[in-house]
Design a protein around this ligand. Structure first.
Ligand SMILES: Nc1ncnc2c1ncn2[C@@H]1O[C@H](COP(=O)(O)OP(=O)(O)O)[C@@H](O)[C@H]1O
Ligand SMILES: [Mg+2]
Length: 257
């Protein structure tokens, strides 16, 4: 059985996609990984496939969800890493789901879980990226996951987003009781700013058992992954992901296989 981990927070720009991509890359060094892009921006798709999201027209997670079958939409990156891609059209997912299942059906939130079910034995880890919204996309991701990593960029607006996100996790738990918060990852830390430190301390005081000890810094090589990706030509991959190694270790300790 695969262990499914999603990365979420409804605020944009909190390193959800970057972290989901790095974690997929790290797990895929020794395990079989499926990375699922649930954000219509298609950033995880582009990061991991090095193709434009627009190249996946008619071959995305949207069609997989519409057909209730993911199989033929899986894109193989290498022997251990597959991607279920997304592009802009994923924005219409809510309309697609409500047309199919009606306005009140719980089925609307169960579809990702349903299509990942037959793939469970093929992968060790399923990593799911989510959009910056508490949308049907995010709820489907939460309902399909064993664990969620709450992404926390040390700022006032992200600080106020966390409790609402955790409320959504509670709602998702009604459909998926095994869902657990793996932890809150403090990231994009700007060591020169006293307010970054203050917001990092504040969240740790409020959620002492949930915060990961590792704090990810804002670092140029990590930011540039969005451009260079994990290609052979990128000679700064180690520099980009080095600071994630301690987080990855903590994550592995918290995620029960
Ligand atoms: N640790 C980091 N250091 C520097 N830049 C980062 C880091 N993490 C992410 N970024 C950059 O910050 C921006 C937002 O990150 P992204 O992963 O797209 O966040 P989200 O998916 O939450 O919107 C992107 O331009 C990304 O390249
Ligand atoms: Mg993103």
């Amino acid at each position: 059985m695969a262990t499914s981990i999603c990365f979420g927070i409804q605020k944009g720009g909190c390193s959800k996609t970057t972290t989901a991509g790095i974690v997929s890359y790290m797990f895929a060094e020794n395990s079989r990984v499926l990375a699922v892009d649930m954000d219509c921006q298609g950033n995880l798709t582009e990061l991991l496939t090095k193709k434009a999201a627009s190249e996946f027209v008619d071959n995305t997670i949207l069609e997989a969800l519409r057909d209730s079958d993911a199989e033929k939409y899986i894109f193989r990156v290498n022997d251990r890493l597959d991607v279920l891609p997304a592009n802009n059209l994923l924005a219409i997912l809510p309309r697609t789901l409500y047309e199919k299942f009606g306005l009140r059906s719980r089925s609307v939130y169960l579809q990702l879980r349903k299509i990942l079910q037959p793939l469970q034995d093929r992968y060790d880890y399923i990593i799911i990226d989510t959009p910056p919204a508490l949308s049907e996309h995010t709820m489907n991701a939460l309902v399909a996951s064993d664990y969620v990593v709450v992404m926390y960029e040390s700022s006032a607006w992200c600080y106020s987003a966390v409790p609402n996100f955790i409320d959504s996790v509670s709602v998702a738990k009604q459909l998926n009781p095994q869902l657990k918060i793996a932890g809150i990852l403090r990231t994009l830390n700007d060591v020169r700013r006293y307010d970054s430190k203050a917001f990092n301390d504040l969240i740790a005081e409020e959620y002492p058992d949930l915060v990961f000890q590792t704090i990810i810094r804002r670092k140029a090589a990590t930011g540039r992954l969005s451009y260079y990706g994990f290609t052979d030509e990128n000679n700064e991959i180690d520099e980009a992901i080095d600071q994630f190694k301690d987080f990855f270790k903590e994550l592995n300790e918290r995620v029960v296989k």
